[in-house]
Design a protein around this ligand. Structure first.
Ligand code: B12
Length: 290
């Protein structure tokens, strides 16, 4: 990956003149540093932020130097339903195109939460319904999960939380093997300016307790997808989340089995059930600003 871009390079990416780009930088719309010789330089994360927020047209995305975005992805095909398109790339094993598509959706102005809740969720849901023989299904599901993990990791590298960023910690419960939901939550929180610590799948409650004790996070997420794990760990998960809430922290429980561990007889302040990553993003934004 390129570390920095010149104004000329970023201008090429979005098809504007170099002088416009310099003007925008000088007006403070873009954060630039200077070389020893006084030339403006734009960091890659800053260039990506600018393109995403301004929804600039991508004319030469390959100039960004992002892995996988080499101009071979047919941008004219962009009108096609992104979920269908991603599904096709994932079942055909076209990992590079799938990753490039996810990055391009972000550059084009979609939020990370939208990309997770729509095309990725749709594509994996379809893979899960495809009715293959058991081992073929596991093969396709594992391969598709891995490609999405790669794409989310690439995206996450583009968000560098400031040193004073609030901390968030989260995981999936012991016995829950699902990688993507917790990783999505971490990527979304990073995009919202949080320092997200993802403990990942199959995390014992004791490990979450340790993380919370040492990190004192402003937000804790829990993703419950596996019915077997949520049911087996229900009491222990209710105990740990209640403890965290009592200590004054906010807990967000999501995933298809969220009700098993997140529902209470009486509503609790600071304990939220969320159906989508969009809800997590909105809540995180609210907490960050408060
Ligand atoms: C990949 C996959 C696997 C892989 C997991 C690989 C891995 N390491 O991650 C493997 C092969 C291990 C697997 C195993 C099994 N699986 Co499976 N699997 C899937 C599949 C195809 C995709 C899962 C995924 O990652 N989806 C993408 C995520 C991100 O989408 P999502 O879970 O819907 O999450 C969204 C929201 O719920 C929300 N969300 C989720 N978590 C959180 C957290 C927070 C904080 C917030 C705010 C929001 C949020 O945001 C997400 C994005 O919108 C799904 C199909 C599907 N529709 O999801 C089946 C599915 C989940 N599996 C299913 C089943 C039945 C199984 C098995 C029992 C199969 C078997 N007979 O062995 C085992 C059980 C494993 C276990 N121990 O529990 C069923 C579950 C049915 C149910 N009762 O809930 C599904 C739905 C398939 C189906 N249509 O029947 N599976």
């Amino acid at each position: 990956m390129k570390a920095v871009l010149s104004p000329r390079e970023l201008a090429q990416v979005i098809g504007v003149s170099e002088s416009s780009l310099k003007r925008w930088a000088d007006a403070g719309l873009l954060d630039v540093s200077r070389t020893a010789g006084g030339h403006r330089r734009i960091s890659l994360p800053e260039a990506v932020r600018f393109i995403h927020e301004t929804r600039a047209t991508l004319v030469r995305p390959d100039v960004l130097g992002l892995p996988d975005i080499d101009g071979s992805l047919d941008l004219a095909e962009e009108g096609r339903d992104p979920g269908e398109r991603l599904y096709q790339f994932l079942v055909d094993g076209q990992a590079r195109s799938a990753r490039a598509m996810i990055l391009t959706l972000y550059l084009g102005g979609r939020t990370v939460a939208e990309i997770c809740d729509e095309p990725i969720r749709f594509a994996l849901g379809r893979i899960g319904e495809a009715g293959h023989d058991r081992h073929e299904a596991i093969y396709l599901e594992h391969r598709a999960t891995d490609v999405c993990v790669q794409a989310l990791s690439q995206l996450r590298l583009l968000f560098q939380p400031p040193a004073a960023a609030p901390v968030a910690v989260g995981c999936a419960p012991a016995g829950d093997p699902y990688l993507l939901p917790s990783m999505m939550a971490a990527t979304i929180l990073a995009a919202e300016g949080w320092n997200a610590i993802n403990l990942g799948p199959d995390t014992p409650e004791g490990a979450l307790r340790h993380a919370v004790k040492s990190q004192k996070p402003g937000l804790v997420w829990l993703s419950a997808t596996s019915e077997a794990a949520a049911t087996a760990r229900r009491d222990a998960l209710i105990a740990v989340t209640d403890e965290i809430v009592s200590a004054g922290m906010t807990v967000v429980v999501g995933g298809r089995c969220r009700a098993v561990v997140g529902e209470r007889t009486r509503p609790q302040r600071r304990l939220f059930l969320a159906a989508t990553m969009g809800e997590l993003a909105a809540l995180a934004r609210g907490l960050h600003v408060a």
